[in-house]
Write a protein that binds this ligand. Sequence first.
Ligand code: ADP
Ligand code: MG
Length: 715
Amino acid sequence: MSDFFNTPIKFLKGVGETKAKMLEKELEISTFRDLLYYFPFRHVDKSRFYKISELSGEMPFVQIAGRFVNFSIEGEGAKRRLHGIFSDGERLMECVWFSGIDRMKSAFQIGVDYVIFGKPVAYRSIYSISHPEVSVYDPSKPPVGFMGVYTVTETMRRRGYSSRLISTIVRNLLDNPRLAELPSLLPEEVKREYNLISLKEALIQMHTPTDAESLQKARERLKFEELFYLQMHILRFSRERGRKIRGLVFPIIGKYFNDYFYNCIPFNLTGAQKRVLKEIRNDMRTGRQMNRLLQGDVGSGKTMVGFMSMLMAIDNGYQGALMAPTEILATQHYETISEWGKQIGLRVELLTGSVRTKKRREIDDGLRNGDIHILVGTHALIEDNVVFKNLGLVVIDEQHRFGVAQRAKMWKKASIPPHVLVMTATPIPRTLAMTVYGDLDVSVIDELPPGRKPIETILRYDENRYEVNRLIQRELTAGRQIYIVYPLIQENEKLELKSVEEGVERIRGLFPDVEVCMVHGKMKPDEKECQMEKFVSGQARILVATTVIEVGVNVPNASVMVIENAERFGLSQLHQLRGRVGRGSDKSYCVLMTKMKIGADTKKRLTIMTETTDGFLISEADMKLRGPGDMEGTQQSGLAFALKIANLTSDGQILNIARDAAERILNAHPELVAGQPTQYDKKGEELHLSTESVAIILRELAYRFARKIDWSQIS
Ligand code: ADP
Ligand code: MG
């Protein structure tokens, strides 16, 4: 690699030993390359005034000259905000203030020439800047320029260094004539094919942009580079795995599947269920081990897909297993599946920690001699002493409770590992799933069975309790059951217990005629099961619980879900909880309870819940609000750290293109993947590279992933 690129930072004009030490310690900048890749966290364009008609998708902070034409105060309470309509003489845009409303309103006048400065975003059909800087227009003021603003640490600040230090030394570096020696980090063929600017140009524009459009191009190029290497890295691993791990081949669809499908199935499969079954069928006949993630909103009918996939295994002479995270869930699945299986003469058994010796011996025998077609269970199912005759497919329900280690344990059970289908109702946007789960293929059931009654979601404050209690009473009188959920309070378990226990007392007082049961995190498993069982059987009509009920219990008779301190839950969690109701034929309700005083953001978040029941929309909104770093799976993957400029939430399009590029290159260059190529290496379009370009890729992968995050192990 170029010496220039790797020159220690202390040799840069304006740095020296002391600053070099500080840069290294505080910002991990030790070479010229590190500095060039230390990007501004935002850009400020005060080089000129923009017209509203020039605003576009991703803008830096810009200034616009014009006048306010109207002010209005909208909303109430936490939602109260000031809207100012701003005109540049041609078009209108909007300024919004959520705080300091009255002060702002009296500070600005209609008809005076102002300059507003901030980051415009497209909101509905109009551009909007929230909390802009507003100053009186002064034509004698010289333009300030277009520049990057850099993050510096608190320690640096204390020593008197700011963003300006980085600005200055970056400029010194960009002025260096040896910048021409910058190596190419992307192959020429890729740059040409995907129309990308040179690295040198991109870095210059990123740090010292000339205009918004060039900056945008520079960003795209750098994001592409980052995502391209990320995808390359992930895909190499997954292809390598495909080469090393053979899979069972299930060539036929036979009598069990057909008998069930044509004679027994109690409803018509939805289009999405059919499509996913086809995807699974295709996987299981290739000779590669299937490793598929099935995402489907709560109630979308994943169980039937899991069951029918197992029928494919059974038709080919193999056994199926279904693993659930809790005993209650395993029992429910067992009841459903043995009911379905009975009709076509299958033997289905349940294995949990509480199965006693005699029954256990029966199950062991049945598994070994192949009498048992399907085994349903908790993780007792993957203990070493459970031996199958020939396990062909493992279906795992609610993936996030099972780690990779547990999945790997399943695979060890046979010389050729069984296929694995992981079902989850935690929807993750596809682009993110692709990246986070690396080698898992993703299927999506994006359609609910017809005839579902909608769940009405309402946001209520403590002050409205009376009304909520009336709703509960009405539903109880109609024979329904009620969930009341309290948040887990991890930092203070005593407090958690107190809130649940007080909740139970209060509820018992309010509804003395019905039995109330209680489940919380501190209970022993036996006791928990016993309480849950009371609710599942209908003996108890109200269940007060912390989030233990989050995963999958099915009580179709329950019609109300009250969530206390709803603001403490993430949106995806709320969505999961809400999915516990609306399973019967009656209208259901989800009540989000909060205290009166909640912030505008919280309110906005909770309002999303009242507006949609689409799990994917909710998950996307959740991700936008919290960032992908908080999403399930991303944390342990270190993904959040790996990315400097690209954003998995908003750069889905570039991510797709980068993935396409990586796929095409791997198709053309199987030598980039370890192991012997097989007939199962994916085939598709190819993008051929010169030997030199292949070398660039290998060098760059080694540089970027020296820390070696093992993406293939993430799930
Ligand atoms: P989830 O995807 O949340 O696991 P389930 O598999 O529990 O959902 O299905 C929810 C309910 O919908 C079950 O009662 C199931 O029998 C029913 N169901 C599944 N598929 C269909 C369908 N195509 N048409 C009608 N009902 C269906
Ligand atoms: Mg389910």
